[in-house]
Design a protein around this ligand. Structure first.
Ligand code: PEP
Ligand code: MN
Length: 255
């Protein structure tokens, strides 16, 4: 489970998030520093926020963030690795970041330390061949498959979208990609769902498939969030979600 705010915002929001993430026992705390935006707006704290990842690592949490360029991986690793101990660091490449040069360079940098994991989200448009290409470019950069995860965050709706999801999942394609690549496949119910209600609905829908984990946006005060306010869960909703997911999992084996 990767959980935490869409973006880090300030000392108070980070302190509350780290405490709650620790209590909830997340595998990685989401502390995103860079926000690629569809239109100009809050773009994240950028490298100024790396101190928050250091703070998380010192508390024994595994920090994670999106990065946009190879330089981001370098500056984070330089500051976080010295305090990480035997912890893990997760960096990911977002859906909008479709430049194979950047993908390969990031892979090269990340592969220098076995404690660093890289996750690649699928591209925005619905195309299996392109998704395979992302995987091939990244592997070409030298990352070991055991340090490389994929993430399904749905595709831009181009017609059929009966639940009016923010992005439409293709579970079968995600499962084929998992099978073909042998890589772990994480599911993102936050950016597919787009609202708290839909996050619950879609996470349960996805739970019928063999995803290896979830990345969920959780904010101490979602109404005040500077980005993606409508889809961020409270920590109490997050605990509810975990309960719902584990019940469904149990049912699957019984039935
Ligand atoms: C995110 O995870 O913060 C994000 C921007 O998602 P995506 O790249 O899937 O749009
Ligand atoms: Mn978001």
């Amino acid at each position: 489970m990767i959980a935490g705010p869409c973006a880090v915002e300030n000392d108070q929001q980070v302190a509350a998030s780290l405490e709650a993430a620790k209590e909830a026992g997340v595998d990685f705390v989401r502390l995103s520093l860079w926000k690629p935006r569809t239109k100009p707006g809050f773009e994240g704290l950028g490298s100024k926020g790396i101190t928050y990842m250091v703070q998380a690592a010192k508390m024994g949490l595994n920090p994670s963030t999106e990065i946009m360029i190879p330089e981001h991986a370098k500056v984070i690793m330089k500051q976080v690795l010295p305090v990480l101990g035997d912890g893990k660091l997760l960096l990911w490449i977002g859906a909008r970041n479709q430049n194979h040069y950047i993908q390969r360079e990031i892979s090269k940098i990340v592969s220098k330390d076995p404690r660093v994991f890289l996750m690649a989200k699928n591209q925005i448009w619905h195309n299996e061949k392109h998704w395979e290409g992302i995987v091939e470019h990244i592997l070409d950069g030298g990352i070991k498959p055991e340090n490389f995860l994929l993430c399904h965050r749905g595709f831009a709706a181009m017609g059929y979208n009966p639940h009016a999801y923010r992005n439409v999942p293709d579970y079968d394609m995600a499962m084929r990609m998992r099978e073909k690549t042998g890589l772990r496949m994480i599911f993102d119910p936050s950016h597919t769902g787009g609202s708290v209600e839909k996050v619950f609905h879609i996470a349960q829908e996805a739970n019928a498939y063999s995803f290896d984990g979830y990345i969920v946006e959780v904010h101490p005060n979602p109404k005040e969030a500077l980005s993606d306010a409508s889809q961020q869960l409270t920590w109490s909703q997050y605990k509810q979600l975990i309960k719902v997911l584990s019940q469904r999992q149990a049912n699957r084996f019984v039935l």
